[in-house]
Design a protein around this ligand. Structure first.
Ligand code: FUL
Length: 483
């Protein structure tokens, strides 16, 4: 190599090195951020709850605990029908009440006789939990477990031996029927019950009696990626109501301690989360397709209509929460015709409302983007790829994005997704549409999170402007969709 070519190689080397150093680093995560198991849970979006026990046969919501196992006798049990109905409606996982407050077990637990093994169903050989988890596996749905901590049947409820019983059942269930994606710990406790014939009121200290840290670790040892639901998490939190409404402001973050610190409006706090919460504990929206959680023939005419279910979708999934919709089997052991019809109608309506994303591959203008790097350019919002995102320089916390649709469309929904893997950031934003050269504000909202859907009066337009008016740190958005 002569001197000239050496100098030339050096210049090329320096040039390439300087190009590389110009590669703009992504924003640093704004803590807390979701774990990979929580991220997978967010992506499920819609799960189902299935409430089934002796209550189905006694027409109650809370069994007292003195029900005879012999009354549990569905005549046409078909668990595949439940799971295929849910799957066709778009649910990704299903959580079964393996034991509700009445203490009756849907599997032949070796720790009690108060179970399906003493029911006439399949001559005492039935195992609803197994059939349910098998059907989920077969149909590609995830399986979840509800096991009520409160047990109105057990004579030892309130003493240490019951906690051991409860833990043994958790081990039994998780070892025999997994994998399990979510474990649902119900905080309800009404005090009175049968308790092996004592027929009395028992009071426990919900915070200390079950020794939750130890109990959760027993489950974690078997299922390390489990998502724990309880009012306060640690995996996901209760949304604070049972009517399908996540907060219009919905932070995935909350400080769990504040829930036990004499807070006056705990349900309100659970509903909105808190902007500066120390933990990532997103809200799960549990609601029933009927007024009750269990099947009652008198509620056949009160099954929610497809339009109501779409409204619930918008106030749960559309507010960055995950929907947990309960569908209770009837006395035959089938989802009732009314519920099946409502779920099919729900799917059809949802597909109709969200049929064509007018924004897919459309041009987007941003007030700025991070380091003018293509990696963070506004095209990432409409490329149909949820892994790519638009973001700004660290110092920028407000921005505007103008969406140019190919031709005027009747716009009814604007859907946005934050790239929450790097933390939830956006605090407020609004939407304008352009009509005859004039911008008109059509919606205003606070948080986005995993997903936010804003419904507006349908309007014909080909230009939509999204203005982010405040954020905790530089905004990061992965998708904008327009329907
Ligand atoms: C509540 C329970 O008391 C209801 O019966 C139902 O299981 C609901 C999902 O949670 O706390």
């Amino acid at each position: 190599m002569n001197v000239t070519s050496k100098i030339y190689s050096l210049i090329v080397f320096v040039f390439l090195a300087s190009c590389k150093s110009k590669e703009i680093a992504p924003p640093k995560p704004l803590l807390p951020v979701p774990s990979s198991a929580q991220m997978a849970w967010h992506e499920m979006e819609m799960n189902a709850f299935v409430h089934f026990t002796t209550n189905t046969f006694t027409d109650k919501e809370w069994g007292f605990g003195d029900e005879k196992p012999s009354i549990f006798n569905p005549t046409q049990l078909n668990i595949n029908q439940w799971i295929s109905t849910l799957k066709e409606a778009g649910f990704k996982g299903a959580i079964l009440t393996t034991k509700h407050h009445d203490g009756f077990c849907l599997w032949p637990s070796r720790y009690t006789d108060h179970s399906v093994k003493n029911s006439p169903l399949q001559n005492g050989k039935a195992d609803i939990v197994k059939e349910f988890s098998d059907a989920c596996k077969k149909q590609g749905m995830k399986f979840g477990i509800y096991l009520s901590p409160w047990d109105r049947n057990r004579s030892d409820y309130g003493s240490d031996s019951y906690v051991e019983y409860y833990r043994n059942q958790l081990k039994e269930l998780f070892n025999a029927y997994g994998p399990v994606f979510e474990m649902w710990f119900d905080g309800a406790n009404g005090g009175d019950g049968y308790y092996g014939g004592a027929n009395e009121k028992r009071k426990i200290n919900g915070a200390s009696y079950y020794d939750w840290p130890t109990t959760l670790n027993i489950v974690r040892e078997i299922e390390p990626n489990i998502i724990f639901f309880s009012d306060a998490g640690p995996g996901v939190r209760w949304v604070g109501n049972e009517n399908g409404r996540a907060g219009e402001t919905n932070w995935n973050t909350i400080t769990p301690d504040t829930l036990f610190a004499g807070q006056s409006d705990i349900n309100g706090l659970l509903n909105t989360g808190s902007e500066n919460g120390t933990h990532w504990i997103p809200a799960e929206t549990d609601v029933s397709i009927r007024p009750g959680w269990f099947y009652h023939a008198k509620e056949d005419s009160l099954v929610k209509a497809p339009e109501q279910l779409v409204e619930i979708y918008l106030t749960s999934v559309g507010r960055g929460s995950t929907l947990l919709l309960n569908v209770p089997p009837d006395k035959r052991g089938l989802f009732h015709e009314q519920d099946v019809k409502a779920l099919r109608g729900f799917r059809t309506l949802l597909d109709h409302e969200f049929k064509t994303n007018f924004a897919l591959n459309s041009r987007v203008e941003a007030s700025s983007y991070r380091g003018n790097s293509k990696k963070y350019s506004p095209e990432n919002l409409t490329d149909g790829n949820k892994e790519t995102y638009w973001t700004t320089d660290d110092s920028v916390t407000t921005a505007s994005l103008v969406m140019h649709l190919e031709k005027p469309q009747s716009v009814k929904y604007i859907l946005l997704k934050e790239h929450i893997q790097l933390g939830q950031r956006i605090k407020s934003f609004h939407i304008e549409i352009e009509k005859e050269g004039v911008w008109k504000k059509v919606a205003e909202a606070t948080t986005i999170g995993y997903k936010r859907i804003l419904k507006i009066e349908p309007v014909l337009t080909n230009k939509i402007r999204i203005s982010i008016t405040s954020a905790k740190a530089c905004p990061i958005i992965s998708c904008v969709e327009i329907y």
